[in-house]
Design a protein around this ligand. Structure first.
Ligand code: ATP
Length: 308
């Protein structure tokens, strides 16, 4: 389907936002995780050919994607992080306009748009102007527009932003269905957004792919490396400097800390069951390598130039 090969993006001023990332997109949900500023949106824009890489290639079914704009329009659905809309159009008008721009025939578009509006829970609001929509409703219009051409590759940048838990659950169900036959990439900095639906996760930090694998394998690789301890608030910064801290909450005079360490980090630390959040925090934390092997080190990202 879509292959990103050794993608690098250096912005004017010299900032290297993406640094040699290779990813192959195949059917299933790929969760692209990373903290703010990691380079996810830049990478998603390049994958959707909305931006050009400084170096590297985007291949659609093995051929240069930018040389095949028509095939790409048919194949790709993209929800950008900042998605623009026309406030005076209704959702139905807006989707019809985009369907035409993507080359979908009028009759097929009419049927598809009706189905999509129902799927994203906007059937009753379809003929209201977008200017009066809430943030969550607009996000759902954004998801519908990404699907209007029935794409084989679906790239969604922070699709759950502004959605309430019920809408999020509905989106997850929809994406799981679509992913049976389509490649779906969901970019987010929120681990629970992907942990139930992603067949695979890729973690990006400071422009580099630092971890990649199936969630269950990654979690299994972190077994025995997640701990809880009660620490004095004064000691918290030094604990945080030595170990990736996943969570810390005040507990009376002390702080209850969840952290990742290859061996018992403090004498009274108790082991906890590992989860994907632990794996993610360890992967994006520089201190993981300073304090020993990172969890799931066996699943470290393949070297650039090796699309899956
Ligand atoms: N047009 C631009 N010009 C210069 N720098 C940019 C530009 N766009 C992004 N950046 C920088 O590149 C880095 C990666 O940004 P990007 O938006 O890709 O990250 P992200 O992982 O999507 O983060 P977020 O979730 O906060 O959007 C950031 O340091 C950002 O400031």
């Amino acid at each position: 389907m879509l292959d990103l090969i050794d993608i690098t993006k250096v912005y004017r001023g010299g900032h290297r936002a993406v640094d040699g990332i290779s990813l192959g997109l195949r059917p299933g949900v790929l969760g692209l995780l990373g903290p703010n500023g990691a380079g996810k949106s830049t990478l998603m824009r390049i994958a959707a050919t909305a931006a050009r890489p400084t170096s590297g290639r985007v291949l659609l079914d093995g051929a240069d994607a930018s040389a095949r704009p028509r095939a790409l329009r048919r194949t790709l659905g993209y929800l950008p992080q900042d998605f623009g809309f026309y406030p005076n159009l209704t959702a139905r008008e807006f989707l019809s306009y985009l369907a035409a721009a993507k080359g979908v025939g009028a009759r097929a578009a009419r049927v598809r748009i009706g189905e999509l509006l129902d799927l994203v829970g906007l059937g009753a609001a379809a003929d209201r102007r977008l200017g009066g929509y809430s943030g969550g409703m607009l996000r759902r219009v954004g998801i519908a527009q990404a699907l209007v051409n029935d794409p084989r590759v679906i790239i969604l940048d922070e699709p759950t932003a502004g959605l309430d838990p019920e809408e999020r659950a509905r989106l997850h169900a929809l994406l799981s269905d679509l992913a049976a036959e389509r490649a779906v990439v969901l970019s987010t900095h929120i681990v629970p957004d992907v942990e139930d639906i992603a067949a695979e996760v890729a973690v990006v930090a400071a422009g580099r792919l630092v971890l990649r694998g199936r969630p269950a394998d990654l979690v299994a690789g972190a077994a025995g490396q997640v701990w809880e301890a009660l620490v004095d608030p004064v000691a918290l910064p030094s604990v945080g400097a030595r170990f990736p801290v996943v969570r810390s909450v005040r507990d009376g005079e002390l702080v209850r800390v969840r952290l990742v360490a290859p061996e018992r980090p403090l004498s009274d630390a108790v082991p906890l069951q590992a989860g994907l959040e632990d794996v993610y925090r360890a992967a994006v934390s520089g201190s993981a390598s300073a304090s020993g092997p990172a969890p799931a080190a066996a699943h470290r990202a393949p070297s650039p130039g090796a699309p899956r």
